[in-house]
Write a new protein. Structure first.
Length: 175
C-alpha cells in the first residue's frame, strides 16, 4: 500500500525549506550568524551539512499552516505590497488559540519567484510564553530563488523568570 501524498491546502513552507536545504548544500553555502540572547552576543560562521541545515530550519517548521487541524482556520488574501513592486499572499486568522498569527509570502510576478516570507508565531502555555517574528529573504541567483538571509526576533518568558529577548540574524553566502 502506497503512503498517501501530502496535500497542501495553504502555501507549503515545509517543501520550500526542504528545497532550499538541498539547493544550499549543493552550492556549498556558508552561514554567517549573529545572535543576541538576553543581552549576550555571539557570532559564528559555518558551512552546514544536511543535519546542521535541519537544525537551522527547525524553527521554521513551526510556521507550517498545512497541518490538518489548521485547515479552514486561515483566510488567504492576495495584494500588492505598498512598499515595493512585490505581490503578497497573506494567510491570517482571528482565532486567538492559533499559534501562527500570520504568514506572508512576498513574490515577484508569480509565487515561484519568492522574495520574502514573514510570520508571527506565539506559544502560551502554563510553563512559558513566547513570541517570535520570523523572516526569510531570497535573492535571484542564476534564475533560482535562493535563501540569502533569515532573522528571528522574539522573547520568551518562563515561570518565575524575567522575559528573555532573542535576536538572530543570519546571512547565507554561496562559495
Amino acid at each position: 500500500m502506497k503512503p498517501e501524498k501530502e496535500i497542501s491546502y495553504y502555501y507549503n513552507i515545509d517543501s520550500l525549506m526542504a528545497a532550499q536545504k538541498h539547493l544550499l548544500i549543493s552550492k556549498g553555502a556558508v552561514i554567517h550568524k549573529s545572535a543576541v540572547v538576553a543581552g549576550d552576543t555571539a557570532t559564528s560562521t559555518i558551512q552546514p551539512d544536511s543535519s546542521v541545515w535541519d537544525k537551522e530550519f527547525k524553527i521554521f517548521e513551526n510556521i507550517n499552516i498545512n497541518k490538518p487541524t489548521l485547515r479552514g482556520l486561515y483566510t488567504e488574501k492576495n495584494d500588492q505590497d505598498n512598499k515595493s513592486n512585490l505581490k503578497v499572499r497573506s494567510y491570517t486568522t482571528d482565532n486567538e488559540d492559533a499559534e501562527i498569527k500570520y504568514l506572508k509570502i512576498y513574490y515577484l510576478d508569480n509565487l515561484s519567484n519568492i522574495k520574502k516570507v514573514e510570520a508571527k508565531y506565539e506559544e502560551d502555555n502554563p510553563i512559558y510564553q513566547s513570541a517570535r517574528f520570523l523572516r526569510l529573504t531570497f535573492d535571484d541567483i542564476n534564475k533560482e530563488a535562493v535563501l540569502t538571509k533569515y532573522q528571528i526576533i522574539g522573547n520568551q518568558k518562563t515561570i518565575l523568570r524575567d522575559p528573555v529577548k532573542i535576536k538572530i540574524n543570519a546571512k547565507v553566502t554561496i562559495k
